[in-house]
Design a protein around this ligand. Structure first.
Ligand SMILES: Cc1cc2nc3c(=O)[nH]c(=O)nc-3n(C[C@H](O)[C@H](O)[C@H](O)COP(=O)(O)OP(=O)(O)OC[C@H]3O[C@@H](n4cnc5c(N)ncnc54)[C@H](O)[C@@H]3O)c2cc1C
Length: 347
C-alpha cells in the first residue's frame, strides 16, 4: 500500500492549483487524472477580466482573488521555467452612445479607479473594425495559457512521483476509521476536483451544479493584427500568433462536442465588429463547472470526513482557484473555517 497525505482526483485548474498549494506545505500528494483533451481547463481561453461588463461592477471578490492568482502563476513560471501568464488590456467596444456614457460615469466611481480606464479611444483600424462609438479598456486584465501550464505542471507532478494517468473508479474506495484506501493507495483524504464530471461521483452527486457548455475557436484574420484583447458580445484574444474567439454559453446541451451552431454563433458575433476574412484553425468545446448559486464548492462530505471536494470554479477558474486553494489548505491543515458562502454545507 503506497501512502499519501492527499489523493486529488482531477488535474484541471482546480486539482493542479490545489495540488501545488498542498505540496508547498510539504504534503505528499497523488494526482489521479484521465486527461481529457476537452477538459474545461484545457479549452478555456484563460482570461481574467476584473469587471463584469454588463453591469460594470467589479468581479466577485476581485480585490482578494486577483493578487493571489498573479503571485501563484508568476511562481509557476519561475518553478517551471516558462511563460504562461500575461497581462493584456481588454478593450470594450461600445455598441452605442448610451453604453459609452455609462462607462464614463462608472469610471468616475472611486471603487472602479483601479479597474477601468476613463479614456474613450479609437485604437484599432476603423476599416477593419466597426466601432463608431469608440472603446475603453480594463486595467489589470490578464490571461493564463491554461493548456500549456497544465501540461508543464503535469510533468512536474510526474517528476515528483505525484501523478497517475488513469480513470478514478469510485467503486474501489474503501473507507477506514481515519483514512481511505483506493486501488492500492492509502491517504488521509481524497479530494475530488473532477470539474463537471463530479455529477458522476456517487458521494457528491447531490451538489447543485448548473453546468454550462462553452465553445471557442482558434482563428486568424487576413489583415487584422492586434496586441490587445477585445470584447463586443464575443472576445478576441491574441494567442500564440493566432487569436482565440469565444465563447458560447449553453445550459441545455451538456457535452464536450463542438457544434456547427456554436461555430456559426461565434463567427456571426465577430462579423458584427470585424470587417475581415476569418480563417478557423481549431474548434473546441468544454463544460464549465458552474453552480446554481455561482459560488465555488469547498468542504467535506457530510458523513465521510475522508472525502472532500474542491470544485465549482464556474466561468472564472483562473482567477478563483489560487485564492480558494489557499483557503482549502488552511482548512485541511490548520482547521480554519471555510467561508459559509463557498462551503458545501450551505446545501
Ligand atoms: C469555452 C470555455 C471558455 C472558458 N474561458 C475561461 C476564461 O477565459 N477564464 C477562466 O477563468 N475560465 C474560463 N473557463 C472556465 C474554466 O475552464 C473553469 O473554471 C476551470 O477550468 C474548471 O477547472 P476544473 O479543474 O474544476 O475542471 P476541469 O478542467 O474539467 O478538470 C477536471 C479534470 O478532472 C478529470 N477527471 C474527471 N473525472 C475523473 C475521473 N473519474 N478519473 C480521473 N480523472 C477525472 C478530467 O479529465 C479533467 O482533467 C472557460 C470554460 C470553457 C468551457
Amino acid at each position: 500500500m503506497k501512502e499519501f497525505d492527499f489523493i486529488i482526483v482531477g488535474q484541471g485548474l482546480a486539482g493542479s492549483v490545489l495540488a501545488y498549494s498542498l505540496m508547498q506545505e510539504n504534503q505528499k500528494v497523488l494526482v489521479v487524472d484521465e486527461e481529457a483533451a476537452s477538459s474545461s481547463s484545457r479549452v478555456a481561453a484563460g482570461l481574467c477580466n476584473p469587471v463584469v461588463f454588463k453591469r460594470l461592477t467589479k468581479s466577485w471578490m476581485i480585490d482578494e482573488v486577483l493578487p493571489f492568482a498573479k503571485i501563484f502563476y508568476r511562481n509557476q513560471e519561475t518553478l517551471l521555467n516558462d511563460e504562461f501568464y500575461f497581462d493584456v488590456p481588454l478593450y470594450k467596444l461600445f455598441v452605442d452612445e448610451k453604453e459609452q456614457e455609462f462607462w464614463k460615469q462608472k469610471s468616475n466611481e472611486p471603487h472602479l479607479f483601479d479597474w477601468i480606464d476613463h479614456k474613450v479611444e479609437y485604437p484599432f483600424d476603423q476599416n477593419l473594425m466597426n466601432y463608431p462609438f469608440g472603446a475603453s479598456k480594463t486595467l489589470q486584465s490578464s490571461f493564463l495559457k491554461t493548456a500549456n501550464w497544465l501540461s508543464k505542471f503535469k510533468n512536474y507532478l510526474i517528476n515528483n512521483n505525484a501523478y497517475l494517468n488513469v480513470k478514478f473508479d469510485y467503486d474501489k474506495i474503501k473507507l477506514t476509521d481515519n483514512s481511505v484506501t483506493w486501488n492500492g493507495y492509502c491517504a488521509n483524504k481524497i479530494i475530488f476536483c473532477e470539474g463537471y464530471q463530479s455529477i458522476k461521483n456517487p458521494y457528491f452527486d447531490w451538489l447543485p451544479f448548473k453546468l454550462t457548455k462553452g465553445e471557442v475557436l482558434t482563428v486568424n484574420f487576413k489583415n487584422l493584427k492586434i496586441d490587445y484583447a477585445i470584447n463586443k458580445g464575443a472576445f478576441v484574444l491574441p494567442y500564440n500568433g493566432n487569436y482565440k474567439l469565444g465563447a458560447t454559453y449553453n445550459w441545455d446541451e451538456i457535452d464536450a462536442e463542438p457544434t456547427e451552431e456554436g461555430k456559426e454563433q461565434l463567427l456571426k458575433r465577430a462579423a458584427k465588429f470585424i470587417n475581415d476574412e476569418v480563417l478557423v484553425l481549431e474548434h473546441k468545446a468544454g463544460v464549465r463547472p458552474t453552480v446554481l448559486d455561482r459560488r465555488p464548492l469547498l468542504g467535506l462530505h457530510p458523513e465521510h470526513k475522508q472525502l472532500a471536494v474542491f470544485n465549482g470554479m464556474g466561468t472564472k477558474g483562473v482567477m478563483l482557484a489560487p485564492y480558494f486553494a489557499n483557503k482549502m489548505v488552511k482548512f485541511l491543515l490548520k482547521g480554519e473555517k471555510i467561508a459559509p458562502e463557498v462551503n458545501i454545507d450551505r446545501f
